[in-house]
Design a protein around this ligand. Structure first.
Ligand SMILES: Nc1ncnc2c1ncn2[C@@H]1O[C@H](COP(=O)(O)OP(=O)(O)O)[C@@H](O)[C@H]1O
Ligand SMILES: [Mg+2]
Length: 390
């Protein structure tokens, strides 16, 4: 068999029929045809082989519909399963042409009625079947690639829609949260304007302070929201520089003590392990620690203690912040790293619900992870682990 030749696998139990077909193909003008003859379906399946990914030895199957080990259309299924790309032409007797038509409906390319076959007819049918099958295969492949492109595009659209939905929810919550301090400002400003100097100095001061604190909380909300927006659009720069973490943490503890002292909360800072210069982004690390320590102070009762551990390991550094505050209900813990999520037990304690989302983004930017252990009414421990980069 040469590669240019057309190799036919004839499945026919009748030797005389097989010989006749062989004779038709011996005609000098049809030299490219080679015929391999088997008598049973099982032999044909063996001849085709198991591995359908290897190109098949044959170009076409000529199939008699009455075989000792398979009858009628039954033979089609296993052959098509074993060699899905091989065209099949069925051979039938004059009295079961209907069966042959049914075979064509089920996937055979053509049928030939025995006794009516001659060289021309046989060769024409074989060539036509091969062409038609190739055309169908191309169409099928095209269809498949079109289908997967449609699926891919649909997935992209769904994702874009989800992102859009997330953005519009984000904007709507943000506008809602800005309205509260804005209203407070309007109200206080209105009192001051309409007071005709009847207000005591203390009252005036209280209104001014209300305005100041509303402006402060609005500006915090806007800063936090714009940080999240920046991170979501992939514009969070992580500039690694060598940091002396003990100095760095001491400075942050000093900063947070200003607020903690108002509630008489003690912050105890410890470090363990061999301190090494750490490669990290100062601004992002500041966001992480200020938010976690700030939360610990905010959600702890007066006169309590916060323990802040810095642990140096060979491959990682660990920040652990433990408080004895209000804790977080277990079922709500996972969502708290999503923007605007606040636990149900915060009561009147003010907040934006953006701090932990920011912390998570900064931890991600360092390739680290954050975990939380907390029990409602007992306290919370946040643990940040960042890999050491050399
Ligand atoms: N140390 C903590 N103790 C108790 N609850 C906490 C603590 N830290 C965070 N939370 C809960 O997680 C929520 C989200 O925190 P965060 O994103 O910082 O927003 P918030 O502005 O409300 O503090 C908080 O509203 C609170 O319910
Ligand atoms: Mg917070």
């Amino acid at each position: 068999m040469t590669s240019d030749s057309i190799n036919i696998l004839l499945i026919e139990d009748n030797l005389a029929e097989a010989r006749l077909l062989q004779e038709f193909l011996k005609d000098g003008s049809f030299k490219e045809f080679n015929l391999v003859h088997v008598k049973r379906l099982s032999e044909a399946l063996d001849a085709i082989g198991e591995n359908i990914s290897i190109p098949c030895l044959y170009n076409i199957i000529l199939l008699d519909l009455t075989l000792p080990d398979s009858q009628g259309l039954e033979s089609l299924k296993p052959l098509m399963a074993r060699a899905p790309c091989l065209p099949i032409v069925v051979l039938t007797n004059i009295n079961d042409e209907q069966l042959a038509i049914e075979a064509v409906r089920k996937g055979a390319q053509d049928y030939l009625v025995k006794r009516q076959i001659n060289s021309q007819l046989l060769v024409r049918s074989l060539r036509y079947a091969i062409e038609r099958k190739q055309y169908l295969e191309t169409l099928r492949a095209l269809n498949q690639s079109l289908k997967s492109r449609v699926e891919e595009r649909t997935a992209q659209l769904v994702e874009a829609k989800e992102v859009n939905q997330f953005k519009s929810e984000f904007v709507s919550i943000l506008s809602h949260d800005i309205r509260n301090p804005l209203n407070a400002i309007l109200l206080a400003a209105g009192f001051l304007k309409n007071s005709d100097d009847n207000l005591s100095d203390d009252k005036k001061l209280a209104h001014y302070q209300m305005i100041r604190s509303a402006i402060k909380s609005m500006s915090l909300l806007l800063d936090e929201a714009s940080f999240i927006g920046k991170a979501d659009s992939g514009n969070l720069n992580c500039e690694l520089i060598g940091i002396d973490l003990i100095d760095f943490c001491n400075a942050i503890v000093k900063e947070i003590r200003l607020t903690a002292s108002q509630k008489n909360i003690d912050i105890i800072f410890n470090f363990k392990g061999n301190s090494n210069e750490f490669l990290g982004d100062e601004k992002l690390l500041h966001h992480i620690l200020i938010n976690l320590l700030g939360n610990a102070v905010k959600y702890s009762p007066s006169n309590s203690q916060i323990i802040f551990d810095l642990i140096f390991q060979k491959l990682a550094i660990i920040f652990r912040i433990k408080d004895s505050g209000i804790g977080i209900p277990v079922t709500e813990q996972e969502q708290l790293f999503e923007p605007f999520h606040r636990a149900s037990n915060v009561g009147k304690i003010a907040g934006t619900g953006l701090g932990l989302a920011i912390v998570k983004k900064c931890v991600d930017a360092h390739g680290g992870e954050i975990t939380l252990q907390s029990q409602e009414g007992i306290g919370s421990t946040f643990t940040v682990t960042l890999p050491v980069i050399n």
